[in-house]
Ligand binder design. Structure first.
Ligand code: CMP
Length: 237
């Protein structure tokens, strides 16, 4: 049994302003699609695709490919998040590439239905604007940290962003609460999110572990103490 699309839409922030009747109208034009690990969904600069995607289960990576082949990761998106809306709204080519990092189920809506529902339900358009504001705030933080912070600060900033996006407050003892980042990205992915190399990420994580600021337990990163950005030491890249 797959996920019931209507039930799925009910739990998604983007649709929280819509009534059950309005959600039914959207569910009627949506379809489910399964993707295997590492499957590409959107190619940067593609100007022929016309689909909007909502993540039901799994995770995707949004990234840019540089001319030297290096990737810059813009975001990891998980259940309830959406992507592919930008080209549908402005008619320009895709702004980034998107691939699934783990087997995922997505809900897709085609452009004409997407545009029609945005016009039909202004509350939906408002929810999109809210999410755009969040994404611009995050992008501003990334731009600010790339130009002003040491590499140590940039990696700490990436961990803070991840903690905000998917962190869970959890007890590790009776009197200690920490933030857990589940399913930690690989060191290569952390490097692509922080504008540095895997080797530097490895050194910075080791330094943070030695100081007792973070711990790595299985697939999780635990943030044990507040991560400082500005007073971080300069580490050669
Ligand atoms: P689109 O340009 O149609 O295709 C690529 C998608 O990646 C884009 O729509 C957005 O949904 C998503 N995307 C682009 N930039 C970011 C970002 N900085 N953060 C999160 N998602 C993004």
């Amino acid at each position: 049994m797959g996920i019931d699309i209507l039930d799925l839409l009910k739990g998604v922030d983007l649709f929280s302003r819509l009534s059950d009747g309005q959600l039914k109208v959207i569910a009627d034009v949506a379809q489910r699609r399964k993707y295997g690990k590492e499957e590409n969904i959107i190619h940067e600069d593609d100007n022929s695709s016309s689909t909007f995607f909502l993540i039901a289960t799994g995770e995707v990576k949004v990234y840019l490919s540089g001319s030297d082949g290096r990737e810059t990761i813009l975001a990891f998106l998980g259940p309830g998040d959406f992507f592919g809306e930008m080209s549908l709204i402005d008619g320009e080519p895709r702004s980034a590439s998107v691939k699934v990092t783990t087997t995922s189920e997505l809900v897709v809506i085609q452009r004409p239905d997407f545009i029609e529902k945005m016009r039909q339900f202004p509350d939906l358009a408002f929810s999109f604007l809210e999410e755009f504001s969040l994404r611009i705030r995050k992008a501003n933080r990334q731009i600010g940290s790339l130009s002003t912070l040491t590499v140590f600060g940039r990696i700490a900033g990436t961990l803070i962003n991840l903690a905000e996006e998917r962190g869970v407050r959890t007890h590790i003892s009776d009197d200690q609460m920490v933030t857990k980042i589940p399913n930690k990205p690989t060191q290569q992915q952390l490097a692509e999110m922080s504008g540095t190399t895997r080797e530097t990420v490895s050194r910075v994580l080791n330094s943070l572990k030695k100081k007792g600021v973070i711990a790595i337990v299985g697939k999780d990163i635990l943030i044990l103490e507040e991560l400082g950005l500005q007073d971080a030491p300069e580490i050669p890249e």
